[in-house]
Design a protein around this ligand. Structure first.
Ligand SMILES: Nc1ncnc2c1ncn2[C@@H]1O[C@H](COP(=O)(O)OP(=O)(O)OP(=O)(O)O)[C@@H](O)[C@H]1O
Length: 250
C-alpha cells in the first residue's frame, strides 16, 4: 500500500552551505511528485535525508505517521523507502541477477538469504527473472554490470528498487545520459511498472519525463522550496522560470 509522507521544516547544512532550509512537503498515498531545481539547489540532499544517509539539522520526516528520525538507511529501507542514485550504485562484482536478488533480500527476513526451500527458491528465481524481463535484462542475467550499457545500468537500478517492493520510491535523475527515445522508453516503464500502487518523488532535469509522470511538482532554489503545485501551473510561474530555466524552458 502506498505511503503518505510528511516532510516538516527540514533543514540540512554542510559547513557554511545550507543545502536545505526549512522545507515542507506533503505527499498523499499514491501521489507522484516531481522535484526540480537548478544544480546545487538541494534535491539530492532531500533524498539523502529521506533515506537516512544524512541527518537533518532541524525538522522531521514522517512515513505513514512514523517518525524516521535516528533510523539507519537499512531500517528505512525495511520501512518501505527505496531509491535510485544519480551516479548509480550497483554491486559491480555480482551478476545482474545477483544484483536484483541482493536488493530483494535487503528487505526480507535474514534467514531467507541463507535458506529457502527448493520450491521457494524456484519461485524467487521466476519472480526475479520476470522482473529482469520487464527491463529487457533477462538475457543479461549472468553478466556483470560493467558489461551493460549506461541505459541498461539505469534500468538495472530501477529493477533493484522494484525487487524491494517499496511503498515510497525516490528516483534521482532516472533518464540522466539518455537520448530522447531512451527517455521515452524509461518513462513508459516507470509509468507502467514502478508508479502504480506507490508514492513517488522524481528528480529529473528532463521536462519530457517530469511532465509525463508527475501531476504535481515542487521547485527548490538554494535549499528553499519556491513553488509547489500542479505541473502546468508551476512551470508557467515566472519566478520558477527565472530561477530554473533562465531565458526559456529546456
Ligand atoms: N556531502 C556533502 N558535503 C558537502 N557539501 C554538500 C554535500 N552534499 C551536498 N552538498 C552541497 O549542498 C548543496 C546542495 O547539493 P545537492 O547535491 O543536494 O543539490 P542538487 O539539487 O541535487 O544538485 P544537482 O542537480 O547538481 O544534482 C550544494 O551546494 C552541494 O555542494
Amino acid at each position: 500500500m502506498a505511503a503518505a509522507v510528511e516532510i516538516q521544516g527540514l533543514s540540512c547544512r554542510f559547513g557554511g552551505v545550507k543545502a536545505l532550509d526549512a522545507v515542507d512537503i506533503r505527499l498523499s498515498p499514491g501521489e507522484v511528485l516531481g522535484l526540480i531545481g537548478p544544480n546545487g539547489s538541494g534535491k539530492t540532499s532531500l533524498f539523502n535525508l529521506l533515506t537516512g544517509h544524512h541527518n537533518p539539522e532541524a525538522g522531521a520526516i514522517l512515513l505513514d505517521g512514523l517518525d524516521l528520525a535516528g533510523q539507519s538507511p537499512s531500517q528505512i529501507a525495511r520501512f518501505g523507502i527505496a531509491r535510485t542514485f544519480q551516479n548509480l550504485r550497483l554491486l559491480r562484482r555480482l551478476s545482474v541477477y545477483e544484483n536484483v536478488r541482493a536488493a530483494r533480500h535487503a528487505c526480507a527476513p535474514l534467514r531467507d538469504a541463507f535458506w529457502l526451500s527448493p520450491a521457494a527458491r524456484r519461485q524467487e528465481r521466476d519472480s526475479l527473472m520476470n522482473l529482469l524481463d520487464i527491463f529487457g535484462l533477462s538475457e543479461k542475467a549472468q553478466k556483470t554490470p560493467a558489461e551493460l550499457t549506461l541505459v541498461q545500468m539505469r534500468h538495472l537500478e530501477i529493477a533493484r528498487l522494484l525487487a524491494a517492493d517499496p511503498k515510497l520510491v525516490l528516483l534521482d535523475e532516472p533518464a540522466a545520459g539518455m537520448t530522447s527515445a531512451e527517455t521515452q522508453a524509461i518513462t513508459e516503464v516507470i509509468a507502467t511498472h514502478v508508479l502504480p500502487g506507490r508514492s513517488a518523488i522524481v528528480i529529473e532535469h528532463k521536462m519530457q519525463l517530469v511532465a509525463a509522470l508527475c501531476p504535481r511538482i515542487a521547485v527548490l532554489n538554494a535549499g528553499r522550496k519556491i513553488a509547489d503545485g500542479p505541473t502546468g501551473q508551476v512551470l508557467a510561474d515566472s519566478a520558477v522560470r527565472q530561477s530554473y530555466f533562465g531565458a526559456k524552458p529546456c
